[in-house]
Design a protein around this ligand. Structure first.
Ligand SMILES: [Zn+2]
Length: 396
């Protein structure tokens, strides 16, 4: 029988790139990439799955609650008008099996149609919520299951470890795309808030430990498998109206154990939208080309510009509120060190200029405001500003 391929696309929601994660990558011969994505889960996943920016498909972009627009009044279900743009749809059309695991309803991947996404305990998260009345999930309940002290919490973790370990032994008859989500770190701030901000350090350690435990349950040497582990954005509590790299710069761990068209990464920084381009190219599937996106095995373009789109819930729950364009302006070898950004905040109709500093592992360190009249940055900033104006219709 022909060897079937598994793609493990795993979202570690909000998770920062810790030394322990880098260690896992090194131990297992995985590439560690910096990734420009969105600033909250929905925009990031939208970009990962469609290869497009929210405003490319939705006129005014995305806010945290924008999926409500697509809820059918009769059936009360959300139907995504862009469903056929999603990579899971494109793969499924080509005979792939799609396995969603721990993906909540009201999601930009599958709307809220029930899939096997409830496997693994997320049912708990929604059980008490009156159907479709409150589309947000019960955070507190999930926080307790993911991080809490109860035996239920430990059992949940054990079940997930078992599930992960079973994956590499799963005999498959079709190529299979797994999309799996772990929210431990996303739950961390609200969990500690509920605990009165006590023992934050200890709880953080526990969260890290649980995540590493789950990651280590994978067999990274499984033949014919592709690993795309990623985080989707930075700490939601630190994301303001003008997001910095801290919010939109996340990471990917990548490994390709297949034989044909094996992907060798050639760059240390990518766009989250490169996922679609990479997979479609790898399997030689024809797809409408999005010029901004590249397969991660194409050369590193040091002049590449990246776009970010964000919708802050405090400002507008339905539309995008901020557009950002950025470019790496300083490298250490092949590693990005400084990222210059221009942001436009729609509500104030104003532009903002910042320089982000990264450490030698490609992680955000800090950020300065820069002046557009500063000779050192002026030309670059003017160019970026024009690119931003050309990219989103609502940036004026
Ligand atoms: Zn997220």
């Amino acid at each position: 029988m022909k060897n079937r391929i598994k793609i493990y696309c795993v979202l570690w929601d909000t998770m920062p790139l810790t030394d322990s994660i880098i260690e896992i990558a090194e131990k297992n011969n995985m590439s560690v990439l910096s990734q420009v994505g969105g600033c909250f889960t929905m925009t990031s996943l939208f970009e990962l799955f469609t290869g497009k920016m929210p405003s490319d498909i939705l006129k005014n972009g995305m806010g945290h609650r924008c999926l409500e627009k697509y809820r059918d009044k009769k059936t009360k279900k959300i139907h995504l008008p862009w469903e056929s743009d999603n990579i899971n749809f494109k793969l499924s059309k080509r005979g792939w099996k799609i396995h969603l695991h721990n993906i909540p309803p009201n999601n930009c991947i599958h709307g809220d149609i029930n899939t096997d996404s409830y496997e693994g305990g997320y049912e708990e998260r929604y059980k008490k919520i009156k159907e479709y009345k409150k589309p947000t999930y019960s955070g507190k309940m999930m926080d307790n299951i993911l991080i809490g002290k109860s035996s239920k919490s430990r059992k949940w973790q054990e079940r997930e470890i078992k599930f992960i370990k079973s994956l590499s032994n799963n005999k498959i008859f079709n190529n299979t795309f797994y999309f799996i989500e772990y929210d431990h770190f996303h739950s961390f701030p609200s969990y500690t808030k509920n605990m009165g901000q006590k023992n934050k350090k200890i709880i953080r350690k526990k969260v890290n430990k649980r995540i590493i435990e789950l990651m280590n349950s994978w067999n990274f040497d499984e033949p014919n498998s592709i690993f795309w582990f990623f985080s989707d954005h930075g700490d939601q509590e630190k994301t303001g109206k003008i997001p910095k790299a801290e919010s939109y710069l996340s990471w990917v761990l990548f490994k390709d154990n297949t034989i044909i068209n094996k992907i060798v990464t050639k760059t240390k920084i990518i766009s989250i939208r490169d996922f679609t381009a990479t997979i479609m190219k790898k399997f030689c599937y024809k797809d409408k080309k999005v010029n901004e996106n590249k397969s991660i095995n194409s050369f590193c373009d040091k002049d590449r510009i990246y776009f970010v789109e964000d919708g802050r819930a405090q400002v507008n729950k339905m539309e995008s509120t901020t557009g950002i364009v950025c470019r790496v302006i300083k490298w250490k070898g092949d590693k990005p060190i400084n990222i210059l950004q221009v942001a436009y905040f729609k509500i104030k109709n104003k532009f903002y200029y910042h320089l982000n500093m990264l450490d030698n592992k490609g992680r955000y360190k800090n950020c300065y405001r820069v002046d557009i009249f500063d000779k050192k940055y002026k030309n670059e900033l003017v160019e970026l500003k024009n690119k931003l104006k050309g990219r989103f219709k609502w940036v004026k």
